[in-house]
Design a protein around this ligand. Sequence first.
Ligand code: SF4
Length: 456
Amino acid sequence: MYAPETDAAHLISFGLFALQHRGQESAGIAVSDGETVTVSKDMGLVSQVFDEKSLAGLPGHLGIGHTRYSTTGSTTWNNAQPTFRQVGATGLALGHNGNLINTVELDERIGPQAGSSDSELMLQAIALEVQDGRADGRQLERALIKALPLFKGAFSLVIMDQGHVIGVRDPHGFRPLSIGRLEAGGWVFASETAALDLVGARFVRDVEPGEMVVIDASGLRSFRPFAPAEPRLCVFEFVYFARPDSRLYGQNIHAARQNMGRLLASEAPVAAEVVVPVPESGIPAAQGFSAASGIPYADGLVKNRYVGRTFIEPSQMLRDRGIRLKLNPIPATLDGKRVVLVDDSIVRGSTTRQLVAMVREAGALEIHLRISSPPYRWPCFYGMDTADRSKLLAAHKSVEEIGAYLACDSLAYLSLDGLLSATGAARDGFCTACLSGSYPTTLPTNGHKLALEAER
Ligand code: SF4
């Protein structure tokens, strides 16, 4: 955020609340008053990390913020972001959404000060260029133009020094990043448009794939530091990641998810008395399924909204505990009924198996599971924590085998064709690697996302 005469830290904390779903392990804010960059970060939710007192200790009119979901590096304070380096008189802070695929090469190139995550590696590569450059106030943007082409993979970045805030998207644009204009004057970058609403900003446009946008006292400047590439926004942003009130490729996410449910009903119809969503991720698709099939929609599972999203917690043990804390059935909806149970995805299958058992125990006569995305068969190297293929339920099983494992009466997934048309966006603008096995980049040379962490 660059917001002259405003207390940026408070507004940034609002934005982080809007983006809490994207990462719940740690939260952080870096600000500058034009002279000094100050960083505050800790493990936990935004509400646990920041209060009036800690925000008051972050003076300045520009800054960046981050909520973390670990895809490389372990869940420790050191890996919380923004990550920070002091280079002479220049304070540098960086927040990263995504995952690099060339960490080993970058690590070898940069050497021992590199840090313990791909985000630290990037900041160090940038810091080395800042150190070698002329200190004329434009050193950060020149350093980025040199360092950014070294990075391969998925990275939407916000980077700052004392006087500039810079937003960058990798050439494929795997992860989103939007630009908003603050009503009170100034500019803001955000991973999702929903965060713009919260800070009182109007959506202006997306940072384009391969674009670097610099914001400072003179306004907004755009650069193209990368070789051009085809846009490949993560299709799972539409399925799962993004908030329903956000817009991507100009499309409303909630409406796209309802379309997924509608198409699923026409691709895989079934006779039943009730359509029940797995809250909250399955709600819009269940609404669409119900509307298209004419089968009534009802709430059959109650979510404890004070427990985090199970999928993005970092270990299986925590995920298993999370599931039991998270959902409880409503027997009055389920008892004696043939139930269409709708969810948006199955990744590891542990949640879904327990859910099916829970719905059965609550009295459902039949459970017809409908999933509003295709089977998740391939690991993601671009920012979803699924890089170990052996953990993916659909990697080595047919749909029939998955249905048998989950102990449901029938199982059907939305086709890839259906998913892409449900988005309402151009079909060739997406990464679908985890669903199709067709990767937009070379695969990571380290072969495993934790190689960097293991080395440290
Ligand atoms: S592999 Fe899947 S989850 Fe990863 S970026 Fe591509 S579509 Fe998204």
